[in-house]
Design a protein around this ligand. Structure first.
Ligand code: NAP
Ligand code: ZN
Ligand code: ZN
Length: 346
């Protein structure tokens, strides 16, 4: 077994502290990464707090992982020792179901294996990227360009793909009015991709202080959602709303901002269910949809697209022991726009 150092929540709601654990030896098809940086996703905090379902503890969060390959199994074909690589939200899936065969491993009909707070096929718990090493089957490892700033690439593995995937699926681009609801980790990547794909992008935010940043990210408009006069100017106007909000919010209010045939895409995952009045959809043939991370081929496509177009996340690099403060700031919406842990501080 490989001795590994990480940071874990020992039980639900617990502060994260230093914890040593073991990972499996590198198998024939496995790749071992020395983790250099790991992004901090709001999902990490949701799961430490059992917001969605009872978690597996001790829990080592982290699914925005980048690092260098230090070992490969004898059967590994796609990767070489010394290369940069990434691991996102998934470490395994069945590979044989209809969805896996289409590269939609995130929707594996037999259940994909999450990078942490999941169970590997042998039943053992998975541990994430707030740690110094990880061992993953090569099929779930991604190539990372040497051309981009490595810590700023880490958030692409979740925040990046989670916004890229729905925008591609709905072919959002030139001629579309796209609203990004919530300017945090996912939201700021949504703005970057929306602008890159040619859409007219409006940020809908609860934080007036983020206007300058939104414009610097490329957004064409910024609307403070508590200012009803500002909201009135965008009523019935958006083709798509990409909803990245992590806490309870009133979807019906935002549905009134959609144009006829508009689509509200849920990627934010608040603990509470949404209340959606039928009338808010009927008056304009509107839809509410959702999208979960992205499959392996599309995640690689997104990373390659980012390398080609010099797209990375706007980050604040932190030490491992800053994690509780980072979580507190995340809850307050005070993230600009992703915390990334420097694993050298572990
Ligand atoms: P984040 O960085 O904390 O950003 C969330 C943003 O939502 C905040 O910055 C804030 O933006 C806005 N917000 C927060 N509370 C709000 C409220 N009560 N009402 C309205 N807006 C509010 O979080 P994140 O890492 O981007 O993640 C966002 C959500 O997506 C989380 O629930 C996460 O679990 C989920 N997620 C889903 C997937 C998926 O596969 N679908 C993948 C990753 C994450 P403003 O200050 O601009 O209002
Ligand atoms: Zn995430
Ligand atoms: Zn499958």
């Amino acid at each position: 077994m490989i001795q590994t150092k990480g940071f874990a929540a020992q039980k639900v709601h617990a502060n994260l502290t230093s914890w040593n654990f073991e990972r499996r030896e590198v198998g024939t098809q496995d790749v071992q990464l020395e983790i250099l940086f790991c992004g901090v996703c709001h999902s990490d905090l949701h799961q430490v707090n059992n917001d969605w379902f009872p978690g597996i503890f001790p829990m080592v969060p982290g699914h925005e992982i980048v690092g260098r390959i230090i070992q490969t199994g004898s059967g590994v074909k796609k990767f070489k020792k010394g290369e940069l690589a990434g691991v996102g939200c998934l470490v395994d899936s069945c590979r044989i179901c209809k969805n896996c065969k289409q590269g939609l491993e995130q929707y594996c009909l037999n259940g994909s294996v999450a990078t942490y707070n999941g169970r590997a096929k042998d039943g053992s718990p998975t541990y994430g990227g707030y740690s110094n090493h990880i061992v993953v089957h090569e099929d779930f490892v991604l190539h990372v360009s040497e051309k981009l700033s490595l810590p700023a690439v880490a958030p692409l593995l979740c925040a990046g793909i989670t916004t890229y995937s729905p925008l591609r699926y709905w072919k959002v681009g030139k001629g579309h009015k796209l609203a990004i609801l919530g300017l945090g980790g996912l939201g700021h990547m949504g703005v970057k991709f929306g602008v890159a794909f040619g859409a007219e992008v409006t940020v809908l935010s609860t934080s007036p202080s983020k206007e300058k940043d939104a414009k610097a990210l490329g957004a064409h408009k910024f609307v403070v959602t508590s200012d009803l006069a500002q909201v009135e100017t965008v009523k019935g106007s958006f083709d798509f709303i990409l909803d990245t909000v992590s806490a309870k919010h009133d979807i019906a209010f935002y549905l009134s901002l959609l144009a006829t045939n508009g689509v509200h895409i849920c990627v934010g995952a608040p603990p509470e269910p949404h209340l959606i009045p039928a009338f808010s959809l009927m008056g304009g043939r509107k839809s509410v949809s959702g999208s979960g991370i992205g499959g392996l081929p599309e995640t690689q496509e997104m990373l390659d697209y980012c390398a080609e177009n010099k797209i990375v996340s706007d980050i604040e690099i932190i030490d491992m022991n800053y994690i509780q403060t980072a979580y507190e700031r995340m809850v307050k919406g005070d993230v600009h726009y992703r915390f990334v842990i420097n694993m050298a501080s572990l």
